[in-house]
Unconditional design. Structure first.
Length: 656
């Protein structure tokens, strides 16, 4: 019988629902307690569960599939044994047996093994992986296959990004891995130790391993050509990536920073510890154990660096951010400064190259750490800081003269914009008149216009989130069209764009839209943007003249972009005609009316003028909001105060 089972496996083997297992755990204090796993993925001793289920007889009508079964325990044992000896191994058993076979093939002892029927496909998989990848990479691929099968230990895996960051950072602090001994605290699946083994670490050990994982951990490291032992002595490098939950044990002595404090007991003189912690421990305030532990690390001078990890580094953890603490041994001289690094900002700017850039800034010359995202901060400053989160510390500082200059410039800009706007909007509105139409409306569809060559369809590219950065071509996608992101913030580099077939940039006058119930439509006045799916675009041939003499396009556009945008966003394209409010199926079914050339030109002219007036109004709002922000910044920093004004009395303020 397998040693450990999850809640889902208990439900499956007992022939019941997962909710039933949850009820058993909640209502029966004698239900076996978890012996391993995490809070979200607890693991139970299978024999203890089977014994407890022996006391729960099955209800009538549930005995047909197992005539000899009288209790849930009988069904549980039958299904569990059938899973272990049938045609399919459980994910954990598949992983363990696969690693054993891989090592057996490496030592040429596989012929002496007895291969059960359920293991024959595993043996074939191992032979193929070993042939294609070699033992170390084959072992890692086995973990991927087990995860795809539902292996419960996958959530305890240290993310590959953290493993590679540590593997590249430590040799820059020391002479190299080949001279170092490494201990991992709270070791679980062994990925972190395996990465250091590949990098050449000399001696590996672990402490407080997950009781369900030590055999897998040792097997994994053997496949990487290393042998791990239980930690007994101090090491040059101490690692820890314990499983955490958001807000876990904030007011308990067993809070997350306890791992950072405990690392001192395992560090050799001159050694470093690299401890992953949830980010909230760096900003929590109050008389809490986690705050006292953080203050102790600062007071002892053990903090060497604080690295804010990218938000996407943990693929299986949502809504929880993490940081990597680099700690010195307690006997080292206390540093005057601590390196603060925002790797999340580096990741946004450099994408997949964030690890190399982070290591360069952390381990390179100190001259490269003079400004965000990597700065050396005096330890005395951190003692008085309300938060040690790098993003909070690395807020750009501005002196009093700059604050005063910015406030004056904001006031001057607001004055210019408002003076320019006076009367312009009224002139536009006075030129707009209306008269009743005397003809029945007729419509065509966008699809028909595309077939006739009167419009060109611009499709959105499927750009992966990892390719988005702050450099390269502008992106226009769902967020930009819905107003959730300003255009120009998200970008894609040209090298990534070149990997897309027929990558297209927008031109001035292209109409960009989203087939969404809100139907956002904008006119691209500047061009040079990349459309990101599901954003789409329409181009009017002839609106922009091209240099090529071979391009067959009309001399004059049949409709202007602002008129096209207004007709597309009309309410009849957001809902079906009549009383139905069912969304039309897509862009091709959107309707445009037949109107004369003169009416189209007049419509585009009026809408363009309204567009300009709208931009003036937006500029007015923007400069006034900027002025408010500059005044608030200057007052908050003590850079200036507002001068007296006899008109600014309580009697003439609105609402008083």
């Amino acid at each position: 019988m397998a040693a450990y089972v999850s809640s889902g496996q208990i439900a499956r083997y007992a022939g019941t629902r997962r909710a039933t297992v949850s009820n058993w755990r909640r209502r029966h204090p004698d239900f076996p307690a978890p012996v391993s796993g995490t809070t979200e993925q607890p693991l139970f001793d299978a024999e203890a569960v089977a014994t407890w289920l022996d006391g729960r007889p099955q209800r009538s009508g549930e005995l047909d599939s197992h005539p000899a079964a009288r209790t849930y325990g009988d069904v549980f044992r039958h299904n569990l044994n059938g899973s272990a000896h049938g045609n399919e191994l459980e994910p954990g058993a598949f992983l363990q047996r696969g690693l054993e076979l891989l090592l057996a093939y490496e030592s040429e002892t596989a012929e002496a093994l007895t291969i059960e029927t359920a293991e024959q496909h595993v043996a074939k998989t191992i032979q193929q992986l070993r042939s294609d990848l070699g033992p170390a990479r084959a072992a890692e691929q086995l973990y991927v296959l087990a995860t795809n099968k539902g292996w419960s230990g996958a959530r305890s895996e240290t993310p590959r990004g953290i493993c590679e960051l540590i593997a590249n950072l430590v040799p820059e602090m020391y002479a190299g891995w080949d001279t170092l001994s490494v201990t991992e605290l709270a070791a679980t699946t062994g990925r972190l130790l395996a990465t250091t083994a590949d990098a050449g670490a000399r001696a590996l050990s672990f402490s407080r391993a997950d009781p369900s994982q030590p055999s897998l951990l040792r097997l994994r490291l053997l496949c990487h050509g290393a042998e791990a032992r239980e930690a007994e002595a101090v090491s040059d490098v101490v690692l820890a990536d314990p499983p955490f939950q958001p807000g876990e044990h904030a007011d308990s002595p067993d809070q997350p920073l306890q791992w950072a404090l405990a690392s001192a007991d395992w560090l050799a003189p001159g050694g470093f510890a690299l401890i992953v912690v949830p980010q909230w421990v760096l900003s929590r305030r109050g008389n809490l154990p986690v705050v006292k532990a953080r203050d102790a690390l600062l007071r002892q001078g053990r903090l060497h660096a604080i690295i804010q990890l990218p938000r996407s580094v943990y693929p299986n953890v949502v809504g929880a951010d993490h940081a990597l603490l680099v700690l010195r041994d307690p006997g080292s001289s206390r540093p005057l400064a601590v390196t603060i690094c925002d790797a999340d900002q580096i990741h946004r700017e450099h994408g997949e190259g964030w690890i190399g850039e982070t290591v360069r800034l952390l381990a390179g010359p100190k001259s490269g750490r003079g400004k965000p995202p990597c700065v050396d901060v005096a330890r005395s400053h951190l003692n008085s800081a309300s938060s040690l989160v790098p993003a909070h510390i690395l807020v750009p500082s501005t002196n009093a003269d700059e604050r005063l200059t910015q406030a004056r410039q904001a006031r001057a800009a607001a004055t210019r914009v408002i003076e320019a706007e006076q009367g312009e909007v009224l002139k536009v509105l006075d030129r707009i008149t209306f008269r009743p139409s005397s003809t029945e409306p007729r419509h065509t569809t966008v699809g028909e216009l595309l077939q006739a060559g009167q419009l060109i369809h611009l499709r959105g590219h499927r750009i992966t989130p990892t390719a988005i950065s702050r450099n390269g071509q502008r992106i226009v996608g769902r967020e930009e069209l819905l107003g959730q992101q300003p255009i120009g913030i998200r970008r894609v580099d040209l090298a990534n764009l070149a990997s897309h077939n027929a990558a297209t940039l927008t031109e001035p006058g292209d109409v960009l839209l989203l087939a969404d119930p809100s139907l956002p439509v904008i006119v691209d006045d500047d061009g040079g943007s990349v459309l990101m799916f599901p954003a789409q675009g329409l181009r009017v041939p002839g609106h922009r003249k091209h240099a090529s003499t071979f391009r067959d396009e009309p001399q004059k556009p049949w409709i202007g972009p602002h008129a096209l945008a207004a007709l597309l966003r009309a309410s009849r394209n957001a809902t079906r005609t009549g009383r139905s409010h069912v969304r039309r199926s897509g862009l091709l079914q959107m309707q445009l009316p037949y109107i004369s050339d003169t009416a189209r030109d007049r419509l585009d002219d009026v809408l363009y003028q309204l567009h300009e007036a709208t931009q003036l109004a937006r500029d007015r709002v923007a400069v006034l909001e900027t002025l408010q922000a500059r005044i608030g910044d200057g007052i908050a920093d003590g850079a200036f105060t507002l001068g007296p004004d006899e008109l600014a009395t309580p009697n003439n303020r609105r609402g008083r």
